[in-house]
Design a protein around this ligand. Structure first.
Ligand code: ADP
Ligand code: AMP
Length: 210
């Protein structure tokens, strides 16, 4: 099963990817996590991406397309994958089509802008394994410590309110048109992202079987 998770920043893509990847036994490819990883290791790509991320802008298409193309060629993607945060523009979706991969379903997680602000202000992430938490709705077992790998949880720099507003307007301008792109291809599955985390995952899994 080749899946795409679509939605505004903070809609819950990473959270759902974490559950779905375990249940479906396929890897998650999170471009956001890959870029943050590159930034942390100080690679050339990371350095190029830094200013864009911090300003709430998208990293240029050719950079992101390159990293996804390389990642999808790895063996663990042969039985399926979950794309979290890619594609985010029409040119990225077209590039994915050109890579020759067939996308089975695109899950669009719908959350209104006013809820997003509350979500991201409470978001805490593990910079080592990419797991995502929330100080109210998805607390780690031990405050400030990742359940999965034991690393320290941090607040992302781009989760500051001004940057979030910019990310939301970028989402509406550049990413939201992908809904129509995938609806036209008959692949779009729309989920109410305001339901409970587990409920969204169960409903998604049910729909994927249908
Ligand atoms: P995205 O990957 O789409 O940017 P995340 O998965 O990081 O979003 O979710 C954003 C924040 O909202 C996180 O702190 C997460 O724990 C929380 N969250 C995700 N889904 C839900 C939900 N259904 N209800 C309440 N909080 C949620
Ligand atoms: P995320 O963790 O998915 O919220 O992504 C964090 C940031 O990484 C985004 O705000 C962008 O700057 C960059 N990024 C992640 N995925 C993409 C993508 N597909 N295209 C362009 N930029 C991206």
């Amino acid at each position: 099963m080749n899946l795409i998770l679509l939605g505004a920043p903070g809609a819950g893509k990473g959270t759902q990817a974490e559950i779905l990847c375990e249940r479906l036994n396929i890897p998650t490819i999170s471009t956001g996590n890959m870029i943050r990883e590159a930034l942390k290791s100080g690679t050339e790509m990371g350095l190029k991406a830094k200013a864009f991320i911090e300003a709430g802008q998208l990293v240029p298409d050719e950079v992101v397309i390159g990293i996804v193309d390389e990642r999808l060629r790895q063996d663990d993607c042969k039985n399926g994958f979950i794309l979290d945060g890619f594609p985010r523009t029409i040119p990225q979706a077209e590039a994915l089509d050109r890579m020759g991969v067939t996308i089975d379903r695109v899950v669009d997680i719908n959350v209104p802008d006013e809820v997003i602000a509350r979500r991201v202000s409470g978001r805490r992430v593990c910079l080592d394994c990419g797991n995502t938490y929330h100080i109210e709705t998805k607390k780690p077992h031990v405050d400030g410590v990742c359940d999965r790998c034991g690393s320290t949880l941090v607040q992302r720099k781009d989760d500051q309110p001004e940057t979030v507003q910019e990310r939301l307007s970028v989402y509406h301008a550049q990413t939201e048109p992908l809904r129509d792109y995938y609806a036209a291809a008959g692949k779009l599955l729309v989920m109410d992202g305001q339901m409970d985390i587990q409920e969204i995952a169960e409903k998604t899994l049910e729909q994927l079987k249908a």
